[in-house]
Design a protein around this ligand. Structure first.
Ligand SMILES: Cc1ncc(COP(=O)(O)O)c(C=O)c1O
Length: 437
């Protein structure tokens, strides 16, 4: 089929995510992918500098993953997970708990994606309190967090700016400000105000809150907003001291994206619930996992089914997804992902420094692990801001996929990305910025 036919059929048949179809560019018809590159129907190459929506870890087309998937599909493709178990799910739970350092200290609940991993965590928090005889009908969250598109996840991400139309459906949530931190910025004063606000909320209403959710170190969808680990530790410790379970949504930050296996490891704080997805399978099959502390799990034990967690999905614990995740964790170890991300981080830092010196049009540079971001100066710096869009179009024409969040431009490359591929991406950004000077 010709690329033209494909696009015509797409235009008639498809409703794409996060897309205003009236104004949207014609979608890019991708035919194949290898390493850090995507290839369109005409064979044109594009560097995937957003890891295909933050999921891809090792690069595209890794044989180690596709072979594990094929072998598992031959052995056991799918089976329901209530009253049944299988080795890939048990092995994966062991591996996840080991990577998180939670051996013997956690229970893994599988779901399908990042939103459901968060939804499960929120439901565990709510039911934990009702199971021990308390009603707690509100949640605490950091302002600007994004946690997914199901109703609970939207509620705790209510300040992300995406969900105005759904306000009547939202759960009760109180937000605590989380100042954005970039090179040379000083956020201590704002952080102190935030801590004061949380302290007041807890003093007056601690028994309203069933849980506190954070996107640790980097709030992705809100525009790659970075936080200081010391601030995160302080807010989380305050919630914990009041007995409020703390959820770390590591759907984006997990699996070395911020430099360590998980972001919580840089905050010197162990969460009560850890939400994982995206990179869990190396970014090639859907899977969500929510890891809960033994204290939370134990509150669901009892003689009545009403104490059990009434949550599950048709594909909970899908063996093929679990096999992909096991192969991905093996690859993280054998390729020394920590070192790969550290090299990418050094390269991003050098190139970002040069970029900042070469253009007066950008500000607020920041790099952590394999994620770099800066902002195009704009009088309207919100998500709907047009500032980043022309860059995305320019970059695509020059063989680089970027997807700025409003005026925030970021790079989140797969871990196989070479220094010369990063150099190409920065050259294209530099050329675009020159057109603004
Ligand atoms: C931090 C975070 N949590 C949850 C989600 C939702 O994940 P999914 O799109 O897989 O439902 C995302 C998606 O971008 C995310 O970045």
């Amino acid at each position: 089929m010709s690329p033209k036919d494909l696009l015509e059929r797409d235009a008639k048949l498809l409703w794409h995510p996060y897309t205003q179809h009236k104004a949207a560019q014609t979608p890019l018809a991708i035919a194949s992918a290898k390493g850090a590159s995507l290839f369109d129907e005409n064979g044109q190459q594009y560097l995937d500098m957003i890891s295909s929506w933050w999921v891809n870890l090792h690069g595209h087309g890794r044989k180690e993953l596709s072979e594990a998937i094929a072998a598992q599909a031959d052995r056991l493709d799918h089976v329901h997970f209530a009253g049944v178990t299988h080795q890939p799910a048990v092995d994966l739970s062991e591996q996840l708990l080991e990577l998180a350092g939670f051996v013997d200290k956690g229970r893994v609940f599988y779901s399908d994606n990042g939103s459901t991993a968060v939804e499960v965590a929120l439901k565990i928090c709510s039911q934990f309190w009702s199971n021990i005889g308390e009603t707690r009908d509100s949640l605490l969250a950091l302002r600007h967090g994004y946690h997914g598109d199901t109703v609970g996840a939207m509620s705790v991400g209510g300040t992300s700016g995406f969900f105005k139309s759904f306000e009547p459906w939202m759960l009760k949530v109180e937000y605590v400000a989380a100042p954005n931190c970039w090179w040379n910025s000083s956020t201590e004063e704002e952080e102190a105000l935030s801590l004061q606000h949380l302290d007041n909320l807890i003093k007056n209403r601690a028994t309203d809150f069933c849980g506190f959710i954070v996107e640790p170190l980097i709030q992705g969808a809100a525009g790659m907003r970075f936080h200081r680990p010391a601030f995160l530790k302080a807010v989380c410790e305050m919630a914990r001291a009041a007995g409020i379970p703390v959820i770390f949504d590591e759907v984006m930050t997990g699996f070395y994206r911020t430099g360590s296996p998980f972001a919580f490891m840089q905050c010197d704080f162990i969460p009560d619930l850890l939400c994982l997805s995206k990179g869990i399978t190396g970014g090639i099959l859907p899977l969500g996992a929510t890891i809960a502390s033994p204290k939370l799990f134990d509150a669901f034990m009892g003689d009545s089914f009403s104490l059990a967690l009434a949550h599950g999905h048709s594909f909970t614990g899908n063996p093929i997804s679990c096999a992909a995740a096991l192969a991905s964790i093996h690859l993280l170890k054998t390729t020394d992902a920590q070192n790969l991300v550290s090299q990418i981080s050094d390269s991003l830092t050098k190139k970002m420094t040069a970029l900042v010196h070469s253009s007066s049009k950008i500000e607020k540079p920041r790099v952590l692990g394999g994620i770099a971001a800066f902002e195009i100066k704009s009088s309207n710096p919100d998500y709907a801001s047009a500032a980043g869009k022309p860059l995305a179009i320019f970059a695509q024409k020059h063989g680089v996929i970027l997807r700025p969040l409003g005026n925030v431009v970021y790079l989140m490359p797969p871990y196989c990305t070479t220094d010369s591929e990063l150099a190409l991406a920065f050259d294209v950004i530099h050329s675009y910025l020159e057109t603004l000077e």
